[in-house]
Design a protein around this ligand. Structure first.
Ligand code: HEM
Length: 359
């Protein structure tokens, strides 16, 4: 990828000359080495579950604390126990079945329709088009109308906002608990009004007594942003340098435009990693490393994580990218990049502007 200069989002923040080092500003160990990252994601001493630490360091107490602890212990990233594997497998099975039944033709039709309705003027904002495509796709997976899907994502925002940052603040916790109540109520209304498609994830998850509301909200909110990010990157490559082939373009995307820039873990006990001692409770941020060439287009990349917490939405994301790719490849000579901008936050990569001229 030598024809464009993407604003750097890693080199300004990460010292790639060192495999592992402590970053005072980020209060975290930073790991840049692929092999070390793999060991970390496999280790049972390095947990994804930062909830106990967050709770211990928070000002939360009484019933609010208990309800927060109870609700979020069913949030997938906080589930490190063996018994949780069963739940993860269940969710994966539901999602994979839905994705398999979601035909390429239907996905392509959604993409083509949105592109057609957004490109009347010649100058097209692909950020907006991508958002519309991804919402339709996610709504279909969950078995909802787009407006209902949007509404559920909107009301569950305080539930995810509580998790950002290190402190669980009382006000945010109360807002999250209120949102959970509203969510519960709204799902009840949707069910009673027969507004859930029987083949969608929500209907299947709601009729499964082992799937908690927490797990369900988690799956519903986790996918839209990274799916959008990937979809925008496909459009970006198309407009910027033209598409080569799916395998190598996905490789480019997952190495320099991976939606998540790092994966974090907490040391459950003092642990030696590559000759440094990571102390109990310290955070480790594994930078999603450069693509390692192996197997299928995306395997070897850390973009979807690895091990127990490997992304459950990967088959959906890859299927949508593949279908978008096939549509765009057929139109490759008809587009010119006009302007783009990216979000350079440490944790998340996405295009915030993608203006292209389409003829
Ligand atoms: C390009 C698109 C996507 C990327 C790059 C991506 C990336 C990731 C990564 C890196 C993780 C692991 C986090 C960790 O180990 O700490 C993850 C987990 C997860 N992803 Fe994705 N994701 C994408 C799309 C989706 C979609 C579309 C869905 C839902 C339909 C989804 C649902 C999840 C869930 C539920 C988890 C938590 C798994 C667990 O903790 O066991 N993701 N994703």
């Amino acid at each position: 990828m030598n024809t464009f200069a993407l604003n750097t989002y890693r080199d300004t923040l990460v010292d790639f000359t060192r495999d592992i080092y402590f970053d005072q500003d980020k209060h975290s160990w930073i790991v840049t080495n692929n092999e070390i990252t793999k060991q970390i994601l496999k280790s049972d001493r390095l947990l994804a579950n930062s909830l106990p630490d967050k709770l211990a360091n928070s000002g939360l107490n009484g019933p609010v604390r208990d309800r927060v602890a109870d609700f979020y212990s069913n949030w997938l990233i906080y589930m490190d126990g063996e018994r949780h594997q069963l739940l993860r497998t269940k969710v994966r099975t539901y999602l994979d079945g839905i994705v398999r039944r979601f035909s390429d033709e239907t996905i392509k039709r959604m993409i083509i329709n949105e592109m057609a309705s957004g490109s009347k003027e010649g100058l097209v904002d692909f950020v907006e088009i991508t958002q519309k495509i991804c919402r339709q796709i996610m709504a279909t997976v969950f078995g909802l109308k787009v407006e209902e899907y949007d509404y559920l994502v909107k009301i569950s925002r305080p539930v995810t906002e509580l998790l950002y940052g290190y402190d669980l603040e009382q006000i945010k916790a109360q807002k999250a608990l209120d949102a959970i109540g509203r969510y519960h109520q709204h799902l009840h209304e949707l069910t009673n009004a027969h507004k859930l498609n029987d083949n969608g994830f929500l209907s299947q998850a709601l009729s499964d007594p082992e799937i908690s509301l927490s797990l369900l909200i988690n799956v519903l909110v986790d996918g839209e942003d990274p799916l959008e990010s990937l979809e925008k990157s496909v459009f970006f490559l198309w407009g910027q340098s033209g598409l080569l082939n799916l395998r190598s373009d996905l490789k480019t995307i997952f190495s320099i435009m991976a939606p998540f820039t790092y994966i974090s873990r907490i040391a459950a006990e003092d642990t030696i990693i590559d000759s440094v001692t990571v102390k109990r409770g310290q955070k480790i941020s594994c930078i999603i490393p450069e693509y390692q060439n192996s197997g299928s287009p995306h395997h070897g990349s850390m973009a979807f994580g690895q091990g127990v917490h490997r992304c459950l939405g990967e088959p959906l994301a890859v299927k949508v990218a593949k279908n978008t790719y096939e549509i765009l490849q057929a139109k490759k000579k008809q587009v010119k990049m006009v302007k783009y901008a990216v979000n350079n936050d440490f944790g998340y990569f996405t295009f915030t502007e993608l203006l292209m001229e389409v003829n």
